[in-house]
Design a protein. Structure first.
Length: 131
């Protein structure tokens, strides 16, 4: 599997909980530029890559060549915090990543509570078995 900088930029921004606007302002570009980098429509120049690496607290090498799994496993695991990656809503269902199932000991039939806050986002937590 080849590494794409656009995927790394999306994962790192999500991990740090920055909006497109936040990153654009910090890096000194438009929101549309950040969106294009993350969609793969364009690439940031080397100066912007250096700023992005500093912002996300990764090396330049990791920014452009680390796998998503390597980026997600960085230091936060020691603190009990995880970024399990990006998932898609497919046919009204969210597929829980295998690593999340392993870490939180999720089994078939476990009930998950889905919470949301329009400003802070969404969260899932295990509530046990329903039946």
């Amino acid at each position: 599997m080849s590494v794409k900088i656009c995927d790394n930029l999306r994962v790192l921004r999500a991990k740090e909980r920055y909006s497109l606007e936040d990153v654009a302002e910090i890096i000194g570009v438009s929101r549309q530029s950040v969106a294009k980098w993350e969609s793969g429509e364009s690439l940031p120049d080397i100066d912007k890559c250096v700023k992005l690496a500093k912002l996300y607290k990764v090396t330049l090498d990791d920014l452009v060549s680390a796998t998503i799994e390597e980026l997600e496993m960085e230091d936060d695991e020691e603190k009990g915090k995880y970024c399990f990656g990006v998932v898609k809503l497919q046919d009204g269902k969210v597929i829980v990543p295998d690593k999340a199932k392993e870490v939180f000991k999720l089994d078939e039939g476990d009930a998950l509570m889905f919470l949301g806050d329009k400003k802070k986002g969404m969260a899932l937590f295990k509530v046990g078995k329903l039946f």
